[in-house]
Design a protein around this ligand. Structure first.
Ligand SMILES: [Zn+2]
Length: 289
């Protein structure tokens, strides 16, 4: 559906501005509040099939800010149980109209990212001729982490969220590439996703946080590292001294195995503190939201 006209219906509130669009045959007309959150290119197999095109560009807005002006009865809906999404189209001319996604309540815990997430928003689709930016998997992962936290994250936080070592070459190459393309902005203390980054990212799934993030890390660690991290995440937010950690994890506090593993966890910034060791706050986060 092509969004065509902007109507001024009162200057007092931005939300009083509405943008309308219609299907090919004119049976259905939709309206959304202007401006929408954002637009993104969706290359998913489902969108390619539904639109019969290489990709579709969506405009995101809250459900309550979208309405059917006319032709409600001409709208056919397809509910995809797997993805809990609904696509609607004009039953007469076949024009795709809306794509609505529902999220499980558990993933709504990222409170501040509402404006950044395509999930929960019904969208009017619009055709576009624009090309898209090709992203490496790691770049995509980093952009996803930053889209989850539009207010910005430190470099270390981004590394922990994406499963990279903050000082690692791969991670820093990705950051450099994203920065030079103007997809992210800011420095080590506060890296933020840029508008261009949001557009380049397109549709995305949130990365795990909390216990799911700890699980994710656990699966990528050696045995000693895993046992140490488990010990510290069980104790979190309480810290433990080195001897206690070693005893609980089943290692000698002075042994090489234990200290090498601890060193690696520190390098990954999954463990913080010197005298008293603690699992990284970045794994648990909620405080900074
Ligand atoms: Zn139609």
């Amino acid at each position: 559906m092509k969004l065509e006209s902007v109507n001024e219906r009162g200057a007092s509130k931005p939300s009083a501005r509405r943008v309308s669009g219609r299907c090919l045959c004119g049976a259905v007309e939709l309206e959304i509040d202007f401006p929408a959150f954002w637009a993104w290119h969706d290359h998913s197999a489902a969108s390619r099939r539904a639109h019969g095109a290489a990709y579709a560009t969506y405009i995101g807005c809250w459900r309550k800010h979208a309405g059917v002006v006319k032709g409600q009865r001409s709208i056919a809906r397809f509910e995809d149980a797997n993805t809990e999404s609904t696509r609607s189209f004009c039953s007469r001319c076949g024009t795709p109209l809306l794509y609505e996604r529902k999220r499980s309540p558990s993933s709504l815990k990222h409170r501040s990212d509402r404006a950044a997430k395509p999930a929960n928003h019904p969208v009017a689709s619009a055709e576009t001729l624009n090309g898209s930016v090709k992203l490496a998997a790691g770049e995509r992962r980093i952009l996803t982490a930053l889209a989850q936290y539009p207010e910005g994250r430190s470099k270390v936080q981004v590394a922990v969220l994406t499963g990279y070592a903050a000082g690692g070459g791969g991670f820093n190459n990705y950051l450099g590439a994203l920065r030079s393309q103007g997809l992210i902005q800011g420095d080590g203390d506060k890296i933020r996703i840029a508008e261009a980054g949001i557009r380049a990212l397109g549709s995305w799934e949130p990365l795990p946080t909390g216990s799911a993030l700890v699980d994710y890390w656990r699966n990528r660690l050696g045995k000693a590292e895993r046992l140490i991290l488990e010990t510290l995440t069980h104790a979190y937010p309480v810290g433990l001294n080195k001897e206690e950690v070693a005893a609980r994890a089943g290692y000698e506090a002075n042994g090489g195995g234990f200290n090498n593993a601890l060193g690696r966890l520190r390098t990954l910034e999954l463990v913080q503190g010197r005298g008293e060791l603690k699992a990284s706050d970045n794994l648990f986060d909620s405080s900074s939201m």
